[in-house]
Design a protein around this ligand. Structure first.
Ligand code: ZN
Length: 337
């Protein structure tokens, strides 16, 4: 999640509408400049750039207008479907014994998630296991509702849990408080299984391998499994926590005093990147769809592009190199301060 932040600022709808109006007004100004039709006298005036919406402003839209995030449900491989929305990923992996959902978005996106699962021909009530990449709200917000519908077991990285495992478990009190301040639903759920590095889950004909890849959070888990694309088996890999923004958060989810929390997080992220470079990934999946261009690849797939655009080992290597470079830059900036 990226409630980023522990900002105490509450965005009212009025303020949001104001920000949108400002954004649109400034966009219009920029369009005018771009046409070259602006009178010469105005050219010396300072150019106002549109202020990009903050994560909080955008997330308010995602929360209150779920329909703006509607995305087509799609088949990435014969046994793997994307059932998330335009902002938050959910993947459905169909085994012979188990039907597995990986991550759920905000609670208010639940109906959309259910529709997407149905549209790929799977009955959501038959989901048996819900795996999570990490503790943030945009990766498990609708799990309570999905568990209630299906009776599925739930699992998350062992290091995402602090203290005793409660039922239902509040994954991060700071996030619960954040949601309450914004008037958002926060629905803790029972956790049935804790995951660690090297754990394997046999779902019938397919084995899900768990990789502990901490950094974004202490207990981030990535998943790999075989998928069948165009009749051949390939390794799909979902990196559960590529987001670097938590490096800048005072509360990064790690235990201990501030300096120790940061030291551990940096050590973890460095080790995670070193580990990821040892993997051979054929089908990179995104913890958010923009990470691996899920929807763009779908459009190309629909146009009949060969080989299947979801087969993208070069894309994975490129993403990893870019992400690691960004990581090193963030660390260098942090050390300068
Ligand atoms: Zn996150």
């Amino acid at each position: 999640m990226h409630p980023a932040t522990e900002s105490k600022r509450h965005i009212s709808r009025g303020a949001l509408v104001g920000a949108l109006a400002l954004f649109l007004a400034q966009s219009t100004t920029c369009a005018f400049v771009a046409t070259g039709a602006e009178p010469a006298a105005k050219k010396s005036a300072p150019t106002k750039r549109p202020r990009p919406l903050t994560w909080e402003e955008r997330s308010e839209i995602w929360y209150n207008q779920p329909e703006t995030l509607k995305a087509p449900a799609l088949a990435i491989a014969e046994n793997l479907f994307y059932v998330g929305n335009k902002q938050f990923s959910s993947h459905l992996l169909v085994g012979k014994k188990e039907i597995v959902l990986i991550d759920t978005p905000y609670p208010v996106h639940f109906d959309m998630l259910v529709d997407s699962i149905r549209s790929v021909g799977v009955d959501p009530a038959k989901i048996t296991l819900i795996l999570h990449t990490h503790r943030h709200y945009d990766h498990n917000g609708a799990t309570f509702r999905m568990k209630k519908l299906s009776g599925a077991k739930t699992a998350i990285g062992a290091k995402e849990i602090r203290g005793r495992l409660q039922k239902p478990h509040v994954l991060e009190p700071a996030i619960q408080q954040y949601c309450e301040r914004r008037g958002w639903a926060y629905e803790p759920f029972d956790i049935d299984m804790l995951l660690d590095h090297g754990q394997q889950i046999d779902i019938g004909g397919t084995v899900v391998h768990c990789h502990h890849t901490p950094g974004h959070t202490p207990g981030t888990i990535s998943y790999s499994f075989d998928v069948t694309v165009d009749g051949k088996k390939h390794m799909a890999f979902l990196f559960g926590g590529p987001g670097l923004q938590t490096l800048r958060w005072a509360n990064n989810g790690y235990p201990g005093a501030a300096a120790e929390r940061k030291r551990q997080q940096i050590e973890d992220f460095t080790r995670t990147f070193d580990y990821l470079k040892t993997l051979q990934v054929d089908v990179p999946l995104g913890a958010h769809p923009f990470i691996n261009d899920t929807l763009g690849k779908y459009e190309r797939q629909q146009k009949g592009e060969q080989p299947n655009p979801f087969l993208d080992p070069a894309g994975w290597n490129k993403f990893l190199a870019k992400q690691e470079a960004s990581y090193k830059k963030v660390i260098a900036e942090m050390k300068e301060k």
